[in-house]
Design a protein around this ligand. Structure first.
Ligand SMILES: N[C@@H](CCC(=O)N[C@@H](CS)C(=O)NCC(=O)O)C(=O)O
Length: 210
């Protein structure tokens, strides 16, 4: 398998961390979505990452779709998400909120890079969307006493949230406040201490890449 995309993308990183935990081997192509767009286009016309190329030539895009397929490959006992029922729905809900604020953080980052005059309205909207979503996630995490978000073992929600927070804090250093979002800060700290998170990491640098 070939995983295309750089680990400074929260979406690529969450897939790579899951693959590492599942013990699924892959070749890594750390291609930039801007500088290497035409290389990515050979596999994915959207020119987005993560893009996962299977040995039979099949190509999957969208981190959640990729993870769903990997979960099926390793089976429900090892999957980092509940098989069904309210627990699964809860995981999907939280994952979508985490990847959703990461999406907005990417938009917020690109706005001043791609436009001569960034839209103030768009910037304010992104900031509000991210802040309100962090508030919701903070309240959700704070009301749970479990070691990880949905229990005592690490799941896709934990990975998605930690990767999204990592990206937000590096791409927008002024945004995150551990005082306003203490449970999220603690969550990130715990995840970042894990070997998998340290191995699958690329510092974010300002450029038209990612
Ligand atoms: N919803 C997608 C988001 C992927 C995404 O936004 N990736 C960024 C890199 S962080 C990208 O490919 N950007 C280039 C583009 O959208 O044109 C997923 O979960 O995989």
């Amino acid at each position: 398998m070939i995983l295309i995309g750089q680990y400074d993308s929260p979406f690529v990183r969450r897939v790579a961390i899951a693959m590492r935990r599942y013990g699924i081997a892959y070749e890594h192509r750390p291609w930039s979505v801007f500088a290497d767009a035409e290389k990515i286009a050979r596999y994915n016309p959207l020119r987005r990452v993560p893009t996962l190329v299977f040995d039979d030539g099949a190509v999957l895009v969208e981190s959640s779709v990729i993870l769903d397929t990997l979960d099926e490959m390793v089976g429900p006992e090892r999957a980092l998400i509940a098989r069904s029922g309210p627990e699964r729905r809860e995981a999907l809900r939280l994952m979508a909120l985490a990847t959703g604020f990461a999406d907005k953080a990417v938009s917020l980052y690109l706005e001043p890079l791609l436009r001569k005059e960034p839209s103030e309205r768009w910037v304010a909207r992104c900031r509000e969307q991210i802040g309100d979503t962090l508030d919701l996630l903070e309240a959700d995490r704070a009301r749970r006493s479990s070691g990880w978000w949905l229990g005592e073992s690490l799941g896709h929600v934990d990975v998605a949230a930690a990767c999204a927070l990592g990206y937000l804090r590096e791409a927008h250093p002024d945004f995150f406040s551990a005082k306003r979002w203490p449970s999220l800060a603690a969550h990130a700290e715990r995840a970042n201490a894990l070997e998998d998170f340290q191995a699958i990491y690329q510092p974010f640098v300002v450029r038209l890449g990612g």
